[in-house]
Each structure stands twice: as C-alpha cells, then as structure tokens.
Design a protein around this ligand. Structure first.
Ligand code: FAD
Length: 289
C-alpha cells in the first residue's frame, strides 16, 4: 500500500517468493532447527575467533581465545564485520554504510487485518505473521529519521508503533559489503553476510547464506568453482535489493507519486519476471564419492 491506503500490488506472497506460501520464521527458531541437525560434538559455542591463517600450502589455522587448531577447510560465516574477511582479504570487502535505519520487533498475538508492506516517503513499514501466533513488524527509514517518522502513518502502522515495547525493538543501520572478487583463499571460504551483506528489502540475506552453504558443499573439491557459482548470483540480488530502496522509500512526495503510478501500471508479467530471476535458483546436486 501507499500512504493513502491504496493497494499498489495485490499478490499472494507465494507468487513472489516462488513457493506456495511464505513462512516467516524467527531467527532463534531457525538456529534451533539447524543446531538439532548436527551432533553436539560438532558445535562449540561461546568461542571467539581472533585470528586465521589461510593455509595456502596446507590446512587453515584458526586462533580462538584459548586455542589454535588446523582444519581442512574454514568456512567463515561471521557476519558483516567478519574478522576472517578482514584478515584474509585485507583491502577488500569494504563495509558500506547506507545511512538507512531499520527497526524490527515481535508482537505477541496474530497480525492485524492488513498484512504486507506500506511504501511511503523516506520510509517503509512491513507486517508479517510469524509462527507461534505472533506478528513480525519492521520499519526502515532514510538517514536522519527515527521511528517517530511512522507515528502518523495510516492504521495499523501508527498503532503498532505506538504500542511497540522499546525493550523488544532491534535497531540497526543497514550495511552492505563490497563482495570480494574471490570467495575463497587457500582453505578459507566466505559465506553469508561476511561475503555479501546487503539491504534486506527482498528478505533474502539469510536465504543466500544457506544457498552459499549448499553450493560450497557441492564444490568442496573445487573451491574456485564455488566463487564462479556464487558471484553473479549474489551481485544480482545485492543490486536488486539496492534498487528496491529507491522504490520503497523515495526521497520526496513527487518521486513517491511517480513510483505509485509506475508500480500500479507495471504489467504482472514484468514484475513476476524480476522475482522469477531471484526465485529460479536451484542447488547444484552434491556428488558423493
Ligand atoms: C533489518 C534487517 C532485516 C532482515 N530481514 C531478513 C529477512 O527477512 N530474511 C532474510 O533472509 N534475511 C534478512 N536479513 C538479513 C539476515 O539477517 C542476514 O543476511 C543473515 O543474518 C546473515 O547470516 P550470517 O550467518 O551470514 O551472519 P550473522 O547472522 O551476522 O551471524 C554471524 C555470527 O558470527 C558470530 N561471530 C562474529 N564474529 C565472530 C568471531 N570473531 N568469533 C566467533 N563468532 C563470531 C556472530 O556472533 C554471529 O552469531 C535482515 C537483515 C537486517 C539488518
């Protein structure tokens, strides 16, 4: 919707996301599922990596608070401020500050009647149902704006903002990474935000991290193949996500009016083909020897 409550795009989210439906899963629940899929001895929590050697001629070395160990492969999934990327890719993988602020929180109880996004001026707001009879609310706004920017937005946005519990709100500046040319060096591979943090307008960052992992598993014997398989994909999604900022939160009223007309007149076939580019991705089968 726009700020006047007009519907700009009316779609089942499954049409855009490529499946039958959308499932919104809380990060803690996702981590729980992943943790249960591996045996306990494979997991060491509460350990900070402080150093890494890329193992050009052997095994990669990992230095933690209390230990140094060598591994056949180190997969760095340590996020946008990745220590591993900074050490092994010095001068690459620059962190780009977008100036855009994001607020996310969870409300106990089902969503209001309206589920979807409101695209405004200098800001966007989203409401999604979350597993466990909860609601996920998120907002993003251009540099200099606060959550108060949404206080007079049409219902149910203003109500959600007024009732938000400050203790449950996560606030971040959106950051991007200039993806390094190669995603592996020696026996170290980058995946997820460490490799390609992006604006979250497509809601794909965590999904891409999982794609990276599946692809890396398929190219375990050919690490150069991993870069080839992922570079174009992550750059494309990163680029579309960046363009989405202009669409969902243009700088002024005139641009928002143009946006509304263009989005409403865009033929379904065109809109769906953009999402098709994103959703056509399928994993390379893993060959077991
Ligand atoms: C506002 C916002 C909304 C988003 N919405 C969505 C969405 O709807 N859907 C989606 O798919 N994605 C979304 N994303 C993106 C998503 O959160 C990220 O892409 C995803 O979390 C990346 O996962 P990751 O494992 O690569 O990195 P992270 O989730 O950042 O995890 C990195 C981990 O490494 C650990 N770590 C860091 N340094 C060290 C160290 N030195 N030693 C040991 N451990 C370390 C950290 O503690 C952390 O646990 C959103 C992002 C933002 C900012």
């Amino acid at each position: 919707r726009n700020l006047r409550g007009q519907n700009l795009v009316t779609r089942k989210i499954g049409d855009l996301a490529g499946g039958r439906d959308l499932v919104t899963i809380h990060r803690a629940d996702l981590i729980d599922v992943l943790v249960r899929a591996i045996s306990a001895e494979c997991l060491r929590t509460g350990t900070r990596v402080t150093g890494v050697g890329c193992g050009d001629h052997g095994r990669a070395e990992i230095v933690t608070d209390g230990d140094t160990a060598r591994y056949d492969l180190v997969v760095a999934a340590d996020g946008v401020h990745s220590v591993v990327r900074q050490q092994i890719w010095p001068g690459e993988g620059t962190v780009v500050h977008t100036g855009v602020s994001a607020w996310r929180w969870i409300v106990d109880g089902p969503p209001p009647d309206f589920v979807g996004q409101v695209w405004g001026i200098r800001g966007e707001f989203g409401i999604l149902p979350l597993a466990g009879n909860r609601t996920y609310a998120f907002a993003g706004a251009q540099r200099g704006e606060s959550l108060a920017h949404f206080a007079d937005w049409p219902e149910p946005v203003s109500q959600l903002v007024a009732n938000a519990d400050p203790a449950r709100i996560i606030e971040n500046e959106l950051l991007e990474i200039r993806t390094p040319k190669l995603l592996t060096r020696g026996k170290v591979a980058l995946i997820g935000d460490a490799a390609h943090a992006m604006r979250p307008h497509l809601g794909l960052g965590a999904a891409l991290a999982i794609e990276d992992a599946v692809t890396l598993a398929a190219y375990a014997d050919d690490l150069a193949g991993y870069t080839k398989a992922r570079r174009h994909r992550v750059r494309t999604v990163q680029w579309i996500s960046r363009q989405m900022s202009t669409v969902v939160m243009p700088d002024n009223r005139s641009l928002a009016a143009v946006r509304d007309v263009v989005v409403r007149l865009t033929p379904d076939i065109l809109a769906l083909s953009v999402f098709g580019v994103i959703n056509r991705w399928r994993p390379k089968p893993i060959e077991r020897h």
